[in-house]
Ligand binder design. Structure first.
Ligand code: SAM
Length: 232
């Protein structure tokens, strides 16, 4: 895992001090170890974990300067992308959000304390937290949670005007973006650009959405409503 991480960081031209890359490797190993007894990820191979979890998360460092920023990771699961980012950039003010209690408890009580990672933990559904945590974050980021139009409704309400939503997507990025154009506009966002990274032979896309206006109060709606009537 260590070799694959270091080689990938070099390819991505991301320079990190040794103690930070060691922390990232320790986290990756902790995920694979816990995965033997708790369902955290479909990936069990250390090289694939380095590429598909660690490097994919860290690619966000190339998209925006994150030092000192508040970042909300929506649907963090086993901690991606938020935890590798915090280990790489300790000044990041990280909040992890997920509805699955078991994963959040593992992160909060077992995985992160030995690594010295400080974060806030929001356990529950994004659409329920969006009222109390509205327009509070510099950046929201999310990977593998929902289709882009639905994801925008889950994530953009958390970002203040001038902030960014970073949606990590794979091969379907362009198609999802086309489908989400109206949702982005209605929710106070503005599509800025897509950054592509080649990691482990596959293209990973980060869709960068700038929050240029306020999200109208009626959003987000309930998950059932969002799915039934997407903002297309
Ligand atoms: N982001 C992680 C990653 O890329 O490895 C986890 C991806 S996992 C496939 C999706 C996660 O999103 C799950 O842990 C699930 O509980 C969470 N999730 C899905 N919808 C959510 C919602 N509306 N609010 C909070 N968490 C949600």
């Amino acid at each position: 895992m260590r070799e694959a991480l270091l080689a990938g960081l070099e390819r991505l031209k991301i320079e990190l001090p040794r103690e930070r890359t060691e922390g990232i490797v320790r986290f990756g190993e902790a995920v694979l170890e816990k995965n033997k007894v708790m369902n955290l990820t479909a990936i069990t191979d250390p090289v694939q974990a380095a590429e598909l979890h660690l490097l994919d998360s860290l690619s966000l460092l190339k998209v925006l300067p994150l030092g000192g920023k508040s970042l909300l990771d929506v649907g963090t699961g086993a901690g991606f992308p938020g935890v590798p980012l915090k280990l790489a950039e300790p000044s990041l003010r990280l909040t992890l959000l997920d509805s699955l209690q078991k994963r959040m408890r593992w992160l909060e009580t077992e995985a992160l304390p030995p690594l010295g990672v400080e974060a806030r933990f929001l356990t529950g559904r994004a659409e329920d937290f969006a009222r109390e945590q509205r327009e509070r974050y510099d950046v929201a980021a999310s990977r593998a949670v929902a289709r882009l139009d639905l994801l925008c409704e889950l994530c953009l309400p958390f970002v203040h005007r001038g902030g960014y939503f970073l949606a990590m997507k794979g091969a379907l990025a362009k198609e999802e973006l086309r489908q989400a154009a109206n949702a982005i506009r209605l929710l106070g966002g503005s599509y800025e650009r897509t950054e592509e990274f080649e990691i482990g032979g596959a293209v990973h896309s980060v869709i960068v959405i700038h929050k240029t206006g306020k999200t109208p109060e009626q959003y987000p709606r309930s998950w059932a409503r969002m799915k039934q009537k997407p903002l297309a």
